[in-house]
Ligand binder design. Sequence first.
Ligand SMILES: Cc1ncc(COP(=O)(O)O)c(C=O)c1O
Length: 644
Amino acid sequence: MSGSGKSLESQFMDMANGLAKEAGAMMAPEEYGQWAEESYRLMGMADGDGKSSMDGAMKMMNAGDVSAMNPSSINFSPKTLSDGVAMTAPALKSAGQLIPMMENVYGASEKAMTDGLYFMAESSKALLPATPAVENPGDPVSATSGIQGFDVLDPEFLCKMANDMYKSGAEYMAQMTKMAEQALGEAGPWMGQSGNATPHIPPITNQSSVGALMPNLDNMPYFMSGAGAASRTASGASAFNIEGVRSDFPILHRTVHGKPLIWLDNGATTQKPQVVIDRVSHFYEYENSNVHRGAHTMAAESTDAYEGARAKIATFMGASLPEEVIFVRGTTEGMNLIANTVGDKFLKAGDEIILTEAEHHANIVPWQFISHRTGAKIRVAPIDNNGEIIIEEYARLLSPRTRIVSITHVSNALGTVMPIAEMTAMAKRYGAIVVIDGAQGIPHRVVNVGAIGCDFYVFSGHKLYGPTGIGVVWGRKDLWEEVSPWQGGGSMIEKVTFEKSTFAGLPNKFEAGTGSLASAIGLGAAIDYVSSLGIEAIERHEAMVVDYAVQEIQKINGVRMIGMPKDRAGVVSFVMDGIPVREVGTLLDAEGIAVRAGHHCAQPALAHFGLEATVRPAFSIYNTMGEVDALVAALRKISFSAKC
Ligand SMILES: Cc1ncc(COP(=O)(O)O)c(C=O)c1O
């Protein structure tokens, strides 16, 4: 029995009220009741004698009752099933909202509550015809089935139930989820959903781990999260409202060849949210002035905005000193800056620069220039056939001759997330300077340069929802101070005579001439935007979409996936039997789907797989499972037509 001594109905109302309060405008108590009644009915539990929604909801809460739902008498049509599964969304949402309240009221641990409630939602979602029985007297799942009513609210019981279910229910749930997915596949599109944002059950990717079968609410799919582009889950992490995010990007509303645009060329560049567009316009409409120069009001305003952006970027990267952040045009210019300053200072004949086989040309060619000038040698750490670094080979290359290690955070051709912190630590044992090409890293992963331990981290603003023409090189202050400037001109000097010049301090020393002021300020706005969503939430959303894309694309006839890294961000690469890559790109374009089809400026990485080009959809914060479906459908069509 619950310790509260209240009636079942008033307990439930308390809970519903708490839920509504937690959820703000998300779900009123009546709505919750309505939902409970409806799901109760859909699951075949309604006995037609007017059982109240309270009672139904309580049964739902008592997840031990899944066996009591008498699955053998249930015979769902695919439509009912897909309706039923769609109803899991509010269930899970409710579960998320319940947790803080249950914690407060009953003192249950958040983890136990999360897992227990998640299981309930999963169980209800997974209820299918031919459900295997879970009756087993020794099994805590079945053992709970006799417990009725508000006993289930007893905190101890709930915690125990959650823990027990966590263990014994995992296998059952995996099976159920799989069956639900299958049935959904047969049922076709989800009820009540249309367009690009069609929700799906996220695939369970690691069936061997009980933990993975019982995801906590941090893994909650986006369509089960709250209102607003950025909202909070019960466990405190940022959640995602995909439709909110999509509405922030005006370009996503355009059509291409009469079809809704599906932008999957995010590896090349990302689209811009309205806040970034507005910030850039505002600069030109009200603030336009060069920085650091005049004594007038607008110069001060634009300088504040420009330096403000620098400070935001530093914080975003985990750097403590804004002056360590140097504005450049993009990653390419950043790499050239480092090669020409740091490379020039520290490299000599006999030294070695280590790159990986997965590098973008921007992290190869500048090193070739400097190696020709200095006599330093480039050594290449190989990748394996999954596209992952062969860490033992990398270790073998490191030696006291290694002066610079320059590696990509994420491969733009394969999607591999490189173990940059580990690789940095290994290089540091030999005192090497470590440079990270973060062009494809920072849009998808939390970057903390201190935690990585690197000396330089470089990225492009336009791949992070910011404007083109702006990029960043973060570098350690002591190293920046040791090296000479690369480009000379205005703004970077202290004193100039015809005989000689002395240079300004950081960051001006490396920012000769007028920079892309509006773009830098726009990048600051992009960072604000991304921060408001939370990189962790972005990572979870993208992982769900990308995992689903990998899973579905590889099922298509004649598709060969290029690179299957365990840790992947954003990018999926593949080729199709007998269909030239560029043709695939053009055919997808006819469907309104923009992907990259080519060598992605990573020819050595593709050469590893004996290829010159791949098709590369690259996913981002605004991409949906529905868009993956559209891509897969178009690819199936292409594959089918090629065989006719
Ligand atoms: C990994 C990587 N590095 C460097 C670059 C070059 O970036 P940018 O063209 O913005 O200079 C790219 C661009 O695609 C990239 O993906």
